[in-house]
Each structure stands twice: as structure tokens, then as C-alpha cells.
Design a protein around this ligand. Structure first.
Ligand code: NAP
Length: 265
């Protein structure tokens, strides 16, 4: 990395990205950092660092952005289901020979008190639900249409912003971020007479209340497992990622070696 000013592109979209931005700024004040959001939702958090919003235009666009802005390393702190962005980051980093670190929080696993059906994707989840279920669908506005053909279901869909195409007749929409209080989820599920909970295996604590509520109410959970991503240098927590970043910056990490030059701070 010969650029005058080291520049980290932080692909954001998770709660952890906020604390990463702060920690990188504090620990490496001479490093430029740019955060990036897809811009899918409007009320984006302020990460306290320069931020851009919107897609790059695929891998080619990301490569062009990285070249134009002198990006010297990528951090992928996107949501575990933002697979396209993660794949694009992997491909762009490979093409440019730049380090890539991914923050990958551990997936949830079931306890003996849980009844989970693990499925590979949205379509499998939609097909699994028994006829006539009253399903709580916590799958996201872009994915909810995978369930629309199940007109025999009553869907109660929670998402932050409305879906691009309206829900089928008779379904309900709950527009909110997931509450962190399991009691709130228990009362929501009870109010709607929910029989099945459909969730993405996002991991972390911020969306876990629904899983705990399902356990308390003895409701089956259809758990959509994570998409498979290209193998790269991963850390499961912010602090572990900071250690790896420190190594790369010092030119000690394997990725620093790949770039051949390390960071000039
Ligand atoms: P995606 O399918 O991986 O990304 C689709 C496209 O959005 C990417 O190809 C990229 O466009 C753009 N994009 C995504 N993340 C970006 C970022 N951080 N900065 C700039 N552009 C970005 O991801 P998604 O459509 O956002 O979401 C897919 C799943 O992840 C859904 O289940 C969603 O609920 C979940 N999720 C995502 C976020 C998020 O912040 N992205 C947050 C929570 C949950 P270009 O190809 O044009 O560059």
C-alpha cells in the first residue's frame, strides 16, 4: 500500500459496525475511514465517520470506487444475510490484492427447549409452513414476497419499512425494528395467535427476543440458515477484529503480506 493516506472502507449494516467505526478512529487516528450503507432503510445511524450511502454498482463499481478513493483495506461488517455485498467485497479485494476482514458474529443455535426446523432459504421456509399456520415472518422487506404464494397462511410480517409489493389480503404488517424485550414479543405473538415463527439466523443479541419468546410459548421456529460466503479472514467479535486489523496495519497479518506493503501509518 503506497497510498499517502491509508483508507479503510467499512461496509456497514450491523450494530457492530458502529462500534468498529468508533474503535478504529480512536485507535488509528491517522487512518482515513469511510463507512458505507446500502441505504435500504432511511433512519440510518450516525457512525461518526464520513459515510456514503447506496450500492457501488456490483464488483466493477466497488473496484472503481476503491481505486478512485485509494482504499487500502476492506472491512465487511454487513449483515450475515447481505451475501451479495460480502461476495462483492471478497471479489473486489481479491482483484485489487487488498486485505479484507469480515466480522462474522456467531449464528444462534437451539437449546433443548427449542423446536427449530432449520431450512436453507426463504423458499424452503415458505414451503415448510403447515397449511393454515399463523406465521410470524421476521424475514425482511425484500424477501417477504417468497411467502406470498402461500395464500392459505395468515402472515404477520415485521419489517422496518414496507415491502415493495403489498402483503396478501388478510395478512398484517408490523413496521418496527425488532424489540429486545422477550415480553414484548410474547405479547405480540399472543395477540396475533401465532403458531409458527420464521426467522433468519442473524445471531447476536439484538434480534434474539423473538427466539426466546417462541421458546417461552413453545412455538416452533422455522430458522433460515445463513448463506454460504467465500472463506476469508473472519473475526467473531469487534475486539477480535481489532486485533486482526492491528496486525494488518503493522504488516504482520497474512493479508498484509498479501498486499506486500502493509499500511504506512
Ligand atoms: P445484499 O443482497 O448483500 O446487497 C444487495 C446490494 O446492495 C449489493 O450488491 C450492493 O449494491 C448494495 N449494498 C449492500 N450492502 C451495502 C453496503 N454496506 N454499502 C453499499 N452498498 C451495499 O444485501 P441487502 O440487500 O442489503 O440485504 C440482504 C439481506 O440482509 C436482507 O435479508 C436484509 O434484511 C439483511 N440486512 C441487510 C442490512 C444492510 O444494511 N444491508 C441490514 C440488516 C439486514 P451494489 O452491487 O450496487 O454495490
Amino acid at each position: 500500500m503506497t497510498s499517502k493516506e491509508p483508507h479503510i472502507l467499512l461496509l456497514a449494516g450491523t450494530f457492530e459496525a458502529r462500534s468498529l467505526a468508533k474503535k478504529i478512529e480512536e485507535r488509528f487516528p491517522n487512518i482515513r475511514i469511510t463507512a458505507s450503507f446500502a441505504g435500504v432503510v432511511r433512519d440510518l445511524p450516525d457512525l461518526g465517520v464520513p459515510t456514503r450511502i447506496g450500492g457501488f454498482g456490483g464488483v466493477d463499481g466497488l473496484v472503481a470506487f476503491a481505486r478512485a478513493e485509494g482504499v487500502s483495506a476492506f472491512i465487511d461488517a454487513t449483515h450475515p444475510f447481505a451475501a451479495q455485498m460480502s461476495r462483492n467485497a471478497f471479489e473486489a479485494a481479491s482483484r485489487l490484492g487488498l486485505p479484507l476482514l469480515r466480522l462474522e458474529r456467531p449464528a444462534w443455535s437451539s437449546t433443548p427447549e427449542d423446536t427449530w426446523k432449520s431450512v436453507l432459504d426463504m423458499n424452503a421456509a415458505a414451503n415448510f409452513l403447515p397449511a393454515g399456520s399463523r406465521a410470524f415472518l421476521a424475514v425482511g422487506r425484500k424477501e417477504i414476497s417468497a411467502f406470498y404464494h402461500r395464500t392459505d397462511l395468515i402472515g404477520i410480517a415485521r419489517m422496518i419499512e414496507p415491502p415493495p409489493t403489498p402483503l396478501p389480503d388478510g395478512w398484517s404488517q408490523v413496521l418496527s425494528r425488532p424489540p429486545q424485550d422477550p415480553d414484548a414479543e410474547v405479547s405480540l405473538f399472543s395477540k396475533h395467535g401465532i403458531t409458527h415463527v420464521v426467522a433468519k439466523n442473524s445471531g447476536g443479541t439484538r434480534a434474539y427476543a423473538k427466539i426466546e419468546a417462541a421458546r417461552r410459548l413453545n412455538l416452533p421456529v422455522v430458522m433460515i440458515e445463513r448463506p454460504v460466503l467465500p472463506k476469508t479472514n473472519c473475526a467473531s467479535t469487534v475486539s477480535k477484529l481489532m486485533v486482526k486489523l492491528g496486525e494488518i496495519i503493522a504488516g504482520q497479518g497474512s493479508e498484509g503480506a498479501v498486499s506486500g506493503e502493509g499500511f504506512q501509518v
